[in-house]
Design a protein. Structure first.
Lengths: 295, 249
C-alpha cells in the first residue's frame, strides 16, 4: 500500500469513531451537531498527556476518553432536558464554546528544551508519540482498525441486548418508554457519556496521526459531517455510519476524480437521502431484509 | 388500591378534569365512562404521570404518588394501555415485550448476563407466556408496525402485563373492535382480574363495560356525575341525560 492509501484508510478509521458517536445519539433519538467538541477534547487531552507529560498513548487514550465522557455527560445534564431541535441547537452552542475555549487555551511547558503544548489559535504542535516509538503508518492503521473492531463488537453486543432494544425504544417514543418504567433521562445521559468517550477516542487517534492540531480542526463542519455520515449510512446498524464515512472520505475525498467537487456531491447526497431514505441507506428495514437473506 | 382526591387538570381555561374523587378497591374492575371529551383519558394521563395534575391528590396503595415521575409510577405497579395505540413499531413483537419487562422484581431475579442477552429461563418463559395469552406467539418476530390493528391492541395489553402491574389502566381497549374481538377481550380482562390485578377500564363500548365491571364512575365535562354498580348506572337519570340528551331523563 502506498502512503496515500494508508493515509486515506487511517482517516476513514479515525472519523468512524466520531460518526459512531453521532449514530449512538441518533439511535437514542437525539440530534447532536456538537460531537466535534468531544473529538477536540480527546485530541487536546491525549496530546497534552503524551507530548507534555510523557504518558504512554494507551493510558493517554483512556484518560482522554474518560474526560470526553465526563464532558458530554456534564453538557448533557442541562441540555438533555431539551427536546428535538432545541437540544440540537444547544449541542451546537456547546461545541462552539468548546472551540473558543481551545482558542483561548495557552498551556505550554518545556519538554526536552522545547516549548510544547496548546498555544491558542497557533495550535498544538509536536504530538509525536507514534514517531518517537517507531510506529509505522501501516501499523498505526492496524491499531486504528483494531480499536474500531473492538468498538463495533461492543455495538453489536449492545444491539442484541435489552439495553439496545431499549435505546431504540427511547429514540422512537420517549414518552411511551417512560410509561414502561424506563428512566429516559438516565438512559440518555448514559448514551451521552458513551458518545463523548467514543468521539474523544477518535480525537486522540486523530491528534497522534496528524501530530498537529488547532482549534479550527474542531469546527462545525466536523460535527455536521459526523451527523451526515450516520444519516447517509443508516440508523439500522453500526455499519451505517461506517458506510457514510467510506462514501465521503473514501469515494469523494480520496478519489482524485471527485476531490474538488466533494462538498457539492456530498451535500447533494445528503439532500437526496433525507428525501428518499430519511433513516439512511442501511435503515432498520434494510437491515432486517439483509438479515433474512444473509447466512 | 387507587384513590383520587379532588383531582383537577386544567388546560388554560378548559377544565378537562375538575375536582374528581374516586376510590378503586383492590381486585375490582372499575369502569370509567363518559361522553367524548369528558376527561377520561386526561384522568389516566394524570394518574400515570404523563400530565401533572393542576391540583388534588393521587394515592396508590395509601401513598401519595402525585410527584413521582412516570417511570417510577410504573415501577410502583401502575401499567397502562393507550387509546391511540403506541408501540415501538421498528422493534419486533418479542422485543416490545422484552423492553417492557424491566420491573425491579425482574432485575433482582435475573443475573446480569442473563438479562443482557435476553436470558435463559425466566425472561423468555414469561414472554412466551404473554405471547400465548394474547394469541401472538406466531407473530413474535414480526415488526410491531406490521401487525393488524387487533393484534396491535393485544400486544399493548401483553406489554402492560409484562411489567407485572398491580393496577392496570385500560384506555378504550375495545375501540375499533368487532363483537367477536370484544368477547375475547372480555375473557382476557376477567382472567386478569382472577390473577389479582386491579383494573380501571376506560371505555365507550357499553356491551363490554356493563358485562365486566364491578363498579362504574361516570364523568361529564370533567366532573363525576354518578357512581355505582352497572345496574345502578344504567338506571341513573343524570347518566341517561348525559349520554342521550335532555329528553331521555
Amino acid at each position: 500500500m502506498d502512503a496515500y492509501t494508508i493515509g486515506v484508510l487511517t482517516n476513514i478509521g479515525l472519523f468512524s469513531f466520531v460518526a459512531l458517536s453521532a449514530y449512538l445519539l441518533l439511535v437514542a433519538g437525539e440530534l447532536s451537531f456538537g460531537q466535534q467538541a468531544f473529538f477536540g477534547v480527546g485530541a487536546y487531552a491525549g496530546g497534552i498527556f503524551t507530548a507534555m507529560y510523557g504518558w504512554p498513548l494507551p493510558l493517554a487514550a483512556l484518560a482522554a476518553m474518560t474526560l470526553g465522557a465526563l464532558a458530554q455527560f456534564l453538557v448533557g445534564l442541562p441540555t438533555l432536558r431539551l427536546r428535538g431541535l432545541y437540544f440540537a441547537m444547544s449541542t451546537l452552542a456547546a461545541a462552539e464554546m468548546a472551540r473558543i475555549l481551545f482558542e483561548l487555551l495557552h498551556f505550554q511547558r518545556e519538554v526536552k528544551g522545547e516549548l510544547t503544548g496548546p498555544d491558542g489559535t497557533q495550535g498544538f504542535r509536536g504530538i509525536r508519540w507514534i514517531f518517537e516509538h517507531g510506529i509505522e503508518p501501516i501499523d498505526y492503521l492496524g491499531m486504528v482498525v483494531g480499536l474500531l473492531a473492538v468498538v463495533l463488537a461492543g455495538f453489536f453486543l449492545v444491539e442484541r441486548s435489552r439495553l439496545g432494544a431499549t435505546l431504540r425504544g427511547v429514540g422512537q417514543d420517549p414518552e411511551l418508554a417512560a410509561s414502561l418504567g424506563i428512566d429516559i433521562q438516565r438512559v440518555k445521559l448514559g448514551v451521552a457519556a458513551a458518545a463523548g468517550a467514543l468521539a474523544a477516542l477518535g480525537g486522540v487517534l486523530y491528534a497522534h496521526h496528524n501530530t498537529y492540531i488547532e482549534p479550527r480542526n474542531f469546527d462545525i463542519m466536523l460535527g455536521v459531517h459526523s451527523l451526515a455520515y450516520a444519516l447517509i449510512g443508516g440508523l439500522g446498524t453500526a455499519f451505517g455510519p461506517l458506510l457514510g464515512v467510506v462514501l465521503d472520505i473514501g469515494a469523494l475525498e480520496g478519489s482524485r476524480v471527485f476531490h474538488d467537487y466533494r462538498m457539492i456531491v456530498f451535500g447533494g447526497l445528503v439532500a437526496l437521502l433525507l428525501v428518499f431514505r430519511p433513516r439512511g441507506l442501511l435503515d432498520e428495514r434494510m437491515v432486517r431484509w439483509l438479515r433474512a437473506r444473509l447466512p | 388500591m387507587l384513590e383520587l382526591k379532588a383531582l383537577s387538570r386544567h388546560f388554560g381555561g378548559v377544565r378537562a378534569v375538575d375536582g374528581i374523587d374516586l376510590a378503586v378497591a383492590g381486585g375490582q374492575i372499575f369502569g370509567l365512562i363518559g361522553p367524548n371529551g369528558s376527561g377520561k383519558s386526561t384522568t389516566v394521563n394524570v394518574i400515570t404521570g404523563l400530565l401533572p395534575p393542576t391540583s388534588g391528590t393521587i394515592l396508590f396503595r395509601g401513598e401519595d404518588i402525585g410527584a413521582l415521575p412516570t417511570h417510577l409510577r410504573l415501577r410502583a405497579g401502575i401499567a397502562r394501555t393507550f387509546q391511540n395505540i403506541r408501540l415501538f413499531g421498528q422493534l419486533s413483537v418479542w422485543q416490545n415485550l422484552w423492553v417492557a419487562q424491566n420491573s425491579a422484581e425482574d432485575r433482582a431475579r435475573q443475573g446480569f448476563f442473563a438479562r443482557w442477552l435476553g436470558g435463559q429461563g425466566g425472561v423468555r418463559e414469561e414472554i412466551a407466556r404473554l405471547l400465548e395469552f394474547s394469541g401472538l406467539a406466531h407473530k413474535q418476530d414480526e415488526l410491531a408496525a406490521n401487525l393488524a390493528f387487533g393484534e396491535q391492541r393485544r400486544l399493548e395489553l401483553a406489554r402492560a402485563l409484562a411489567a407485572r402491574p398491580k393496577l392496570l389502566l385500560l384506555d378504550e381497549p375495545a375501540a375499533g373492535m368487532n363483537s367477536e374481538e370484544i368477547a375475547q377481550l372480555r375473557d382476557r380482562i376477567l382472567k386478569l382480574r382472577d390473577t389479582g390485578i386491579t383494573i380501571v377500564l376506560v371505555e365507550h363500548v357499553m356491551e363490554l363495560v356493563m358485562g365486566v365491571t364491578d363498579r362504574i364512575a361516570v364523568l361529564n365535562f370533567g366532573q363525576k356525575i354518578a357512581e355505582g354498580t352497572p345496574a345502578e348506572i344504567q338506571a341513573h337519570p343524570a347518566v341517561r341525560k348525559a349520554y342521550l340528551g335532555g329528553e331521555a331523563a
